[in-house]
Design a protein around this ligand. Structure first.
Ligand SMILES: NC(=O)c1ccc[n+]([C@@H]2O[C@H](COP(=O)([O-])OP(=O)(O)OC[C@H]3O[C@@H](n4cnc5c(N)ncnc54)[C@H](OP(=O)(O)O)[C@@H]3O)[C@@H](O)[C@H]2O)c1
Length: 317
């Protein structure tokens, strides 16, 4: 796959998200087969995630969709062909994640996950919202929930010895410089919280790369797609803009490439339009002090909530 530098200029970097996006997006080949592989994916009920599930099933993988909407899941099952299971999981609620691990173990029946795709993501509309445990909601779902899911799978040896983890980010993250559990905003600033959480995804993946060398990890920017995140806008401008955007199927390609192709480099960041993307020196990813603080906060929340269930109900400070 091609390799490219992400431009240092913010303007040029933003242009990379949409400029001739369709023609520059890599398409995943149909082979090799994923026969015999077990893939677990979050956010597989719509958008990019649902198309990723279809692509995985088409290539013969057994797919476990970790999702929160049972009624919708039943409708989706009807249109999916292949070995697919649904496990109920609300990433924004630590208690729900714990419960889902037991169900995940039932589905696995002693087998292990070969690929874990952290695809689910959400952006809050309106003012600050917090999770049942009191953490800013984008952080809780996009970062903390995936961290707890990973740690629980790791702790219970549900991941195969050399499992491949895919963390789906959004290149918009570079507009922010921190990611914390207690971010508070006034007004319609959910996009800031979302972008911060996606910087968190970048930091998280780099920590996994350094601390868990037994696993392979990649980070994916799927492209810009008019789905739940920013979709459902009916203005003429939005409809015209959507022509420049990818379909969810196109948005699934970079993740599918990372899961299936042999030349994918461990630890690398894959961008739908740029391929293997090298980050500019000014990128906030390289703020190691903040990255460490971010990781320590995640680990503290994880270990405290594990030790003491009361801490699950703490209010946002
Ligand atoms: N769309 C874009 O332009 C774009 C650009 C860059 C990066 N991305 C990233 O790509 C990924 C997929 O985006 P998308 O556009 O396909 O989003 P989408 O259409 O809004 O779908 C989001 C998925 O996440 C799930 N989800 C949301 N909150 C959850 C929670 N609390 N617990 C469990 N699952 C939850 C949703 O499940 P429900 O059906 O239960 O709501 C849904 O399956 C996200 O990580 C996003 O940040 C998207």
């Amino acid at each position: 796959m091609k390799a490219n530098k992400i431009p240092e200029s913010k303007f040029k970097r933003i242009l990379c998200w949409t400029w001739r996006q369709k023609s520059r997006t890599n398409i995943c080949p149909d082979s090799p087969s994923l026969e015999g592989k077990i893939v677990a994916i979050t956010g597989g009920t719509r958008g990019i995630g649902l198309e990723t599930v279809k692509g995985l099933l088409k290539r013969g993988a057994e797919v476990i969709v970790l999702s929160r909407n049972k009624k919708k899941d039943k409708n989706i099952i009807r249109e999916l062909r292949g070995k697919v299971y649904f496990v109920s999981l609300d990433l924004g609620n630590i208690k729900s994640i714990r419960n889902s691990i037991e169900k995940l173990e039932d589905v696995l029946m002693g087998r292990e996950i070969d690929v874990l795709i952290n695809n689910a993501g959400m952006a809050v509309k309106g003012e600050t919202q917090v999770s049942p445990q009191g953490y800013e909601l984008s952080y809780a779902v996009n970062v903390l929930g995936h961290h707890i899911l990973f740690q629980e799978c790791h702790r219970k040896s549900l991941l195969s010895e050399n499992a491949h983890i895919i963390a789906v980010t959004g290149d918009i993250y570079f507009l922010e410089d921190d990611c914390t559990a207690n971010f508070v905003y006034i007004g319609n600033k959910g996009v800031n919280a979302y972008s911060r959480s996606k910087l968190g995804v970048m930091w998280w993946a780099r920590k996994i790369y350094n601390l868990y060398p037994q696993y392979k990890i990649n980070i994916v920017h799927p492209g810009v797609i008019p789905m739940g995140l920013g979709a459902n806008q009916k203005s003429i401008f939005s409809r015209l803009l959507s022509k420049a955007l990818l379909t969810p199927k196109e948005g699934a390609q970079t993740t599918l490439i990372c899961v299936t192709q042999a030349d994918i480099e461990n630890g690398a960041y894959y961008h739908n339009a740029l391929g293997k993307a090298t980050l500019p020196e000014s990128d906030p990813v390289f703020n190691l002090e903040k990255a460490d603080k971010f990781w320590n906060e995640l680990e503290d929340i994880y270990t405290n909530s594990y030790k003491n269930d009361f801490s699950l109900d703490r209010a946002l400070a």
